[in-house]
Write a protein that binds this ligand. Sequence first.
Ligand SMILES: [Zn+2]
Length: 88
Amino acid sequence: MSDTEELLKIIESFRKKNHYHVEEDTWYSCPAHPEYSGNDPHNCLCGLLEHNLKVDKALQIVRGLTKRAPDKGQAAVVKDNQAIAPCG
Ligand SMILES: [Zn+2]
């Protein structure tokens, strides 16, 4: 697995799959959770959607960097690290 593929997998693992849920009292769950029992409209209030949009953006950025990298299969992020001159 290339560094890029590994980085994409790591970022993907940050994706939230479930809305906030309080099993003991579903009134306090996110209104978008299927077991929510409150009166609010079913809009997400737990931040899952915004969080996953950030994950999508991070994946998009890494894929964009990889496309621009001149060497096939080598991520631009790796190249950036190599560009830093060692101390001394
Ligand atoms: Zn939510």
